[in-house]
Design a protein around this ligand. Structure first.
Ligand SMILES: *Cc1c(COP(=O)(O)O)cnc(C)c1O
Length: 301
């Protein structure tokens, strides 16, 4: 279980409105298992081994980075994987590239209609699924549970020892990654999460609950900003697309369409509004997710 294979690069992005920006390139740490989805999986896989469970069962949407990561981990590490996919209409269509790749990686895909999919947290429903698949280690949608945190904490500790920063910034979906980073920072520096979905205020409680479960603590050195969802989850408007194209031209770094594009766009906007102290350093994390471009007509620019 030895991803990352490459040393983590930290790219300077330059100064904006008196604030230094750095980007931790977690999207480059492994050719097939990059970014936060691997970080969240790592300790869960160890737990599955400890429990003697050789099958991983999980859930996701048609373009899910998490499904893609679980499928790749299954192939690379020799585990059986079963993915329950939201949307039974997908079963009769040609598989999109994310799902085709997951199947090629050996993942057994099972399609659930949207109403059934919503029951994925119900214990009786899970028991019925497990009855079908046989014994399996169950990972939640997005991969965020208490054991997702220590892998992200390792990243935060590495960043603390590698470079100086005042604010560690990350995009949030379920908040599991930010929660893990908080446990790794252990109260040092500040952290800032930018929510990629609309109406995500509930994440504050989720994040506190996750750190509480994992370490028995909650932290106060962080904030969640919910202003940069760009119209909602997986919405890529023309302005955000143009930002991503310009960012790639300027820095030679491709951001993903769902999370890190919104993160960098939001951070630079916050800097312009004077949100960060002049002379401070903001370290953003590129959490990966580049496979998701297949759902947006391919890479831009
Ligand atoms: C899933 C994902 C996130 C969000 O992670 P959470 O732990 O769910 O908050 C951020 N960036 C990328 C690229 C992702 O795939």
């Amino acid at each position: 279980m030895n991803s990352p294979t490459h040393q983590l690069t930290i790219s300077p992005l330059g100064e904006y409105h008196g604030v230094q920006f750095l980007l931790a390139r977690d999207e480059l740490t492994h050719p097939e298992l990059p970014g936060n989805k691997w970080r969240k999986l790592k300790h869960n896989l160890q737990e599955a081994d400890r429990l003697g469970l050789n099958t991983l069962l999980t859930f996701g949407g048609a373009y899910s980075n998490h499904l893609a990561a679980v499928a790749a981990a299954g192939r690379l590490l020799g585990r059986r994987t079963v993915g329950f996919v939201r949307g039974d209409e997908l079963a009769t269509r040609l598989l999109n590239p994310t799902l085709a790749r997951a199947r090629a990686d050996g993942m057994e895909l099972r399609f659930l209609d949207r109403e059934t999919y919503r029951r994925k947290h119900e214990p009786e429903f899970l028991a019925a699924l497990l009855h079908d698949t046989g014994p399996a280690y169950v990972l939640p949608e997005g991969g965020s549970n208490a054991l997702a945190l220590p892998g992200c904490a390792e990243l935060a500790r590495e960043l603390l020892t590698r470079t100086n920063f005042d604010v560690l910034a990350v995009a949030c979906g379920t908040g599991g990654t930010l929660a893990g980073l908080l446990t790794g920072l252990d109260g040092q520096r500040r952290a800032l999460g930018l929510a990629a979905l609309k109406g995500a205020g509930f994440l504050r409680a989720d994040i506190n609950q996750l750190t509480q479960q994992a370490t028995g603590r909650t932290y106060t050195n962080w904030e969640l900003n919910t202003d940069y969802h760009g119209g909602g989850y997986a919405r890529l408007g023309p302005e955000l697309r143009q930002f991503i194209v310009d960012f790639r031209q300027r820095h030679g770094i491709l951001l993903d369409p769902i999370y890190t594009g919104k993160l960098l766009c939001g951070l630079l906007n916050l800097a312009a509004k004077g949100h960060f102290e002049r002379g401070s350093t903001v370290l953003a994390i590129h959490t990966g997710g580049l496979q998701a471009w297949v759902g947006f007509g391919g890479e831009p620019g």
